[in-house]
Design a protein. Structure first.
Lengths: 335, 171
């Protein structure tokens, strides 16, 4: 690992000041739980000249806002968020998704903001000898014709077929969360589904966070609370493995008709994939297995498989239909 | 010039001068003479480096020592009390919870942290409705300990040891 200067900020403004005045500040990074950044630095993938530790920032609270929304501070650790009573009562989908990610040790370290900033676990991104447009723009992509069983099928580009690794973010995409951001030019709010990017021609950019901007909190809307919900993760091991496919679903059925539906997929794209095609097809329809299967098929219709990952298309369709059917029948809900 | 930091390890304040890039794991092993904590994968995948910070288990390989100034760090060397082994250490011996022993310090620290989490009502991925049931089933135990690998496969003894401590101390 390269050496670097290290500063500790105690509030957001001192963090922004420290990072903008750090040596070679274009390469500087905020450091939170470190579970991904330290690993990437040890592998030589990230080589910041400065780190600004933000774990002391007063952003460790989960608060109820006056309008009924829930605000999650960016430094709330994943284990604390999954255990939080308000989250478990109102947004059990989020708790469930977090607990299916990583290990207990990592969840004790990793933060809410850091979880959004995780980089892909594509092996070619991690391997310095491989061609990777995300790591070295324009160098090519060895995953395209390589071992691509874990890679993306939706929203891919000829430049990159990496997936976003987070479980938590799939739940946040389904729950219509908002990301609160601060920077030298002020504060702004970004819809969660607009926070992460598709690879396009700039796969080196994972998110729309600008350099030296800082995530301060995530808001969950009151309108997403109290839905029947479920997170299903399909993976190679029963625990402590990244998703091949995951499904976050929330449903409200009234008089035999689906009046509200939220559906997001993990393990299939460069960003947490909000399945709005399927949602639009199902809203106002009867919650039948056939309708669920048809909506899943429509969502996956644009999928582009590579040599080893075509199975994900069928796996995603079946998992969507299963999770929605279980929710509709009252079985398998997280609450 | 390297910065000087002060760490609280096993109840003692320790001052050390290190580069910013030194991990908590390397600080413990190479700078503080505490080699009980083991370096396995050095990428947060195996759990051999697990230590307790303010009572919570973390992977010390992914932690920079600088970030842990002022926190209460406990390693395997700090679990025994005045020469008497911690109940979890004793139980690992009684149940052969190891073969080569390399993962053992991490397993034991992780198990101590896990029981604390379990008793505080922390949910897990296997507990239905994401709520603690109160009963530490073997499925619960496996899920909650999945961050600690044992390549000798001593899981049977590890599970028995943890269950013994849980059974002996639950209220």
């Amino acid at each position: 690992m390269n050496n670097f200067t290290f500063g500790r900020a105690t509030d957001s403004s001192s963090a922004l000041k420290l990072i903008s005045t750090s040596p070679e500040h274009g390469t500087a990074r905020f450091l939170a739980g470190g579970t991904n950044l330290i690993d990437l630095m040890r592998e030589g993938i990230e080589r910041p000249q400065s780190l600004v530790d933000i774990t002391l920032l007063p952003l460790s609270e989960v608060q109820q806002l006056p309008d009924g929304d829930l605000r999650i501070g960016a430094m709330v650790r994943n284990s604390h968020l999954a255990t939080n009573a308000l989250v478990r009562e109102r947004y059990p989908l989020l708790s469930q998704a977090i607990l299916m990610g990583a290990s207990a040790q990592l969840r004790n370290m990793a933060t809410t903001g850091g979880n959004l900033m995780q980089r892909t676990r594509c092996y070619y991104f991690y391997e310095g000898a491989a061609a990777c447009n995300k790591r070295v723009p324009g160098s090519g992509c060895d995953a395209m014709e390589g071992f691509n069983r874990i890679h993306a099928i939706l929203g891919t580009s000829p430049q990159c077929i990496a997936t976003h690794p987070s479980d938590m973010c799939v739940a946040l995409a389904a729950l219509d969360a908002t990301v609160n951001i601060t920077g030298s030019s002020g504060e702004r709010r970004v819809a969660f589904t607009d926070f992460h990017r598709l690879p396009g021609d700039t796969p080196e950019l994972d998110t729309n966070l600008q350099p030296e901007e800082l995530i301060t909190s995530i808001d969950l809307p009151a309108s997403s609370a109290g839905l029947d919900s479920s997170y299903r993760k399909v993976r190679d091991r029963a625990s402590y493995a990244f998703a091949l496919v995951s499904v976050a679903a929330a449903l409200k059925i009234d008089a035999g008709i689906i009046c509200e539906i939220r559906l997001a997929l993990g393990g299939v794209s460069h960003k947490p994939w909000r399945a709005s095609v399927a949602e639009d097809l199902l809203r106002g329809k009867a919650p039948t297995r056939d309708n669920f299967a048809a909506a899943a098929a429509a969502e996956l219709a644009p999928a582009i498989p590579r040599r080893n990952n075509a199975f994900k298309i069928e796996l995603a369709k079946r998992t969507i239909a299963l999770v929605l059917s279980e929710l509709a029948s009252g079985a398998g809900a997280a609450r | 010039m390297n910065p000087s930091i002060s760490l609280k390890v096993n109840g003692l304040k320790r001052v050390l001068v290190i580069e910013a890039r030194v991990s908590l794991l390397d600080a413990l092993r190479d700078h503080l003479g505490l080699p009980g904590t083991k370096k396995g994968c050095a990428k947060g995948a195996c759990g051999a480096c697990t230590v307790l910070v303010d009572g919570e288990r973390i992977n010390s390989c992914l932690a920079l020592a600088m970030q842990y100034e002022g926190r209460e760090i406990v390693t395997i060397e700090g679990l025994a009390d005045s020469g008497v082994l911690h109940p979890m250490q004793q139980a690992f011996i009684e149940h052969d919870g190891f073969q080569c022993g390399y993962c053992t310090p991490g397993q034991i620290c992780s198990a101590v942290g896990m029981l604390r989490e379990f008793r505080s009502g922390a949910p897990s991925a296997v507990t239905e409705n994401a709520a603690a049931s109160g009963e530490l089933t073997d499925a619960e135990l496996r899920e909650r300990m999945s961050g600690n690998l044992c390549r000798c496969g001593a899981y049977v003894g590890i599970r028995e040891a943890i269950q013994q401590v849980h059974g002996a101390t639950k209220s």
